[in-house]
Ligand binder design. Structure first.
Ligand code: AMP
Ligand code: GLY
Length: 436
């Protein structure tokens, strides 16, 4: 692994629970880094120094990083990656843990991702892409339901309609291509066949030819217990997934999905660095790709990073500088569960401004006798007159870990139950079943 020149000075970009989990884990590093987070959130402010710069103000981020001699940049969300944050910092000679804009197109254009997969022979649903509504509608009528309609571009997790009827699919086409529902992002749509099976999120550290899997995790997207109600940005997660994922399946995903995708990107002149998130449907005939993301998943990160036994800073540094070795990444035994506490009205119209009261436990310390522990990662929170208030749909990510799921769930729910704000919504079944 390449050595640091001087002390590590890290800039994490973003301000959600994923970024809180990242800075919390980075802060554990033996290399004693100085960590900044722009813009962060109140919870992040308890761990590291916040910087008042928006995640999309790339020029200001570069100025700040140069002024502070930052020597590693870690973008959390997809938007700055799609906008070229890695390209910009590379020009300044500052290593970035994240892909270039060209490589991030695996997430920022679903049509691009599908074309890469098709060229690489990667298993994924059959598809066609359209900019013309009439042609798209004809395709829907020809193929029938269920069928999946996706806005091509970034749509903050809202661009996908899994239509159970032809009418629903036609409406999704009309909304995107004619109604401008997703703006520019929806002026092209991908229409694909509906896969059936069980979903799992598998993230990889990718650094040139080195590909290292993380623990498989599972996101719970529906707002209510038993996977009912509308889709959300994620109501909780658990890791590892063991019921239908084993080392053999992970190896198949690496061999048949990740490596051919990276090879096709390389053929197009693009190298990948950072996290490649593979959203999979495990079907009767094997794993199929639902989507690629070019960064850590949220809420998956909140359960995967607590189980990482390696030094995250060293792993990120090695990944960013192209010197990662597979044996640098090791995992703890046990399990982690994260329960998202959402605001009243989420996901349609979240109310903000409610005062949050939280227990003191979980400030990074085990609150049991050493076997289980927990931490509350902040997402949509703000500070007002010395109090913490809700400021977004997903407010907090109460996370617990332990030797097994029983301990992890108990730790997560002990924290989640002890947090109060008006209208708090949460699922009570996160981690209860591996296939939900
Ligand atoms: P995405 O925004 O790409 O993560 O998609 C949101 C959700 O839609 C996924 O987590 C899946 O549950 C579902 N989905 C997307 N594509 C398909 C597909 N081809 N077949 C079945 N479900 C899908
Ligand atoms: N958990 C899904 C995502 O991060 O996009």
């Amino acid at each position: 692994m390449k050595q640091w020149s001087g002390q590590p000075r890290v800039l994490v970009v973003g301000g959600g629970a994923r970024e809180h989990a990242i800075v919390w884990k980075l802060a554990e590093s033996d290399d004693e880094p100085t960590i900044f987070c722009a813009p962060g959130n109140p919870g992040i402010g308890e761990c590291v120094q916040r910087v008042d710069i928006d995640a999309m103000d790339l020029a200001a981020l570069v100025d700040f990083a140069k002024g502070q001699s930052v020597n590693l940049v870690v973008p959390g969300p997809e938007a700055p990656l799609a906008a070229g944050i890695a390209d910009l910092f590379a020009k300044e000679g500052i290593p970035v843990f994240g892909p270039t804009a060209a490589a991030a197109r695996l997430e920022s254009s679903k049509a691009f991702a599908k074309s890469v997969m098709k060229a690489a022979g990667v298993p994924t649903a059959d598809y066609a892409e359209f900019t013309d509504a009439d042609a798209a509608k004809e395709y829907v009528r020809e193929h029938g339901a269920p069928i999946v309609v996706k806005a091509d571009g970034l749509a903050a997790g809202k661009g996908v309609t899994v239509a159970q009827t032809v009418e629903e699919a036609l409406r999704a086409v009309e909304d995107a291509l004619v109604g401008n529902r997703f703006g520019e992002s929806g002026h092209r749509v991908v229409i694909e066949s509906c896969l059936t099976g069980t979903e799992v999120s598998l993230m990889f550290f990718v650094s040139g030819q080195t590909v290292v899997p993380m623990l498989p995790a599972r996101d719970h997207k529906r707002i209510y217990d038993n996977d009912e109600g509308p889709n959300t940005g994620g109501m909780g997660a658990f890791a590892p997934v063991t019921a239908f994922v084993d080392a053999g399946l992970v190896a198949v995903v690496e061999r048949d999905i990740v490596r051919p995708t990276l090879a096709e990107l390389a053929r197009l002149g693009t190298e990948y660095r950072g996290v490649l998130y593979v959203g999979l449907m495990v079907t009767e005939t094997g794993p199929q790709v639902i989507e690629f993301n070019c960064r850590f998943g949220d809420p998956e990160t909140q359960v995967v990073l607590p189980l990482l036994s390696s030094d995250l800073l060293r792993v990120m540094w090695a990944t960013a500088t192209g010197s990662l070795a597979a044996d640098e990444v090791a995992w703890k035994p046990g399990a982690a569960v994260s329960v998202v506490l959402a605001a009243q009205g989420y996901p349609q119209k979240p109310r903000t401004g409610d005062v949050i009261t939280m227990p003191q436990v979980g400030a990074g310390e085990d609150f049991d006798s050493g076997t289980s522990g927990g931490y509350v990662f902040h997402a949509g929170t703000a500070e007002q007159d010395g109090r913490i208030i809700t400021s977004g749909g997903r407010v907090l990510s109460a996370t617990g870990w332990g030797r097994d799921f029983e301990e992890a769930k108990a730790a997560a729910y002990r924290l989640a139950d002890a947090i109060h704000f008006e209208g708090k919504q949460m699922r009570t079944d996160i981690g209860h079943r591996q296939d939900l």
